[in-house]
Design a protein around this ligand. Sequence first.
Ligand code: CMX
Length: 134
Amino acid sequence: MLTKINHIGIAVKSLDETIPFYRDQLGMTFMGIEEVAEQKVKVAMLQIGDSKIELLEPTADDSPVAKFLEKNGPGVHHVAYETEEIEAAITHLQAKGARMIDTVPRNGAHGARIAFVHPKSSNGVLTELCQPGH
Ligand code: CMX
């Protein structure tokens, strides 16, 4: 049902100030920046091998990522698991007792369809299901 970790999301105050660490010091490939207006974030994706890091910068004071930064400061925000069948994955998790924030998938970066499991139901780690747009 879930095939691998698709990416790790990291909340940052500024993409411009953070990208050089991942691109220039760690040597990751910079894949570009996209605004996800619905989520009030700008997202930068970086890749190394088959692994991806998603940097998240809030675009408004009431963005969920702005709230996270206020409370915790910059750091790991979520772990995203890949699936080819997001509706089935949501149904499966609900049947197993998980509390979904999204019972219907919403739009994520790069044409993906995503759904979040509530952090209270996943031991404090915000967990995302992600069906890539391909
Ligand atoms: N990790 C752990 N706990 C988190 C959290 C996170 N990333 N974000 C919020 N929480 C906690 C809060 O601290 C809060 O805890 P308390 O009740 O103890 O205060 C609780 O969860 C509820 O948080 P909230 O922000 O008040 O609640 P909302 O229902 O408004 O939003 C959430 C919850 C997780 C959906 C939202 O904060 C969020 O982060 N949404 C996802 C945004 C995002 O990453 N979008 C980009 C996706 C792009 C992509 O991957 O393609």
